[in-house]
Design a protein around this ligand. Sequence first.
Ligand code: 13P
Ligand code: ZN
Length: 272
Amino acid sequence: MAKNWKELTAVKEVADLSYKMWEKGWDEANGGNITYILTDDEAADLNYIPGTGEAVNLMGGVPDAMRGKYVLVTATGSYFRELRDNLDELVGIIYLPEQGDKYERVVGLENNRPTSELAAHIQTHAVRLAADPEQRVVMHNHASHVLAMTHCGPTNERDFTVALWRMITEGVVVFPDGIGLVPWCVCGTPEIAAQTNEKMKTRRCVVWQYHGVFTTGKSMHDAFGLLETVDKCAEVWLLSETSGSRNPGIDDQGLKDTAAYFGNILPEGYLD
Ligand code: 13P
Ligand code: ZN
């Protein structure tokens, strides 16, 4: 059963991108986690018989939109710099059954459990699927520049978003829906998951104050590209803030014109 699961493109991408994230300094120790919803064809190749794998309670339950789905998940405690060399223990696939509020372990995750942020990931997938049927990936990590900006930047999400948009043209192109900002709270809890879900209804990226970033997307590279762009905007914001001679950046009209050119609709009330 599932003897070729490590040959899945998504597994190779998780192995590759988790290492790249660590190289960027975004995933110290076990920081970061990734989940990916398998396509129907990928799931069929596993030949898994529902009900046969070890069943474990899923905090917050299984959302209806996620029932019957197979999810690739990184393990709790996994070091992203080690992941590509130890796929059997640090990655695995779970199944979310049609009934009940447990997940079933299908393959991988040997001697291990899924990320402690599993509930937030699964609920985020469900919320994003309602907005975009192509939704497939949730990525979390501790991207340094975004994190630094939660210490010294605007503390409301509209101003945080607009400050990022003003930095480089790509900002309003890649995340026209803006950034959700969750005030600091303990991670892995139902509280942080609920706040994240609420904000994910209308956005693909949510920042946790003093902790890190959640991005979503239809592919691994889509979610990673969003993460890179948000962090790049934050890096330029930090550099310009500390340079002592800051220009105002792209003005409201420029942001509106750019959004219109790319057919993007910006959140109401963000710009004059
Ligand atoms: P896990 O090791 O459980 O995935 O947690 C890492 C993390 O970044 C918590 O927010
Ligand atoms: Zn984290």
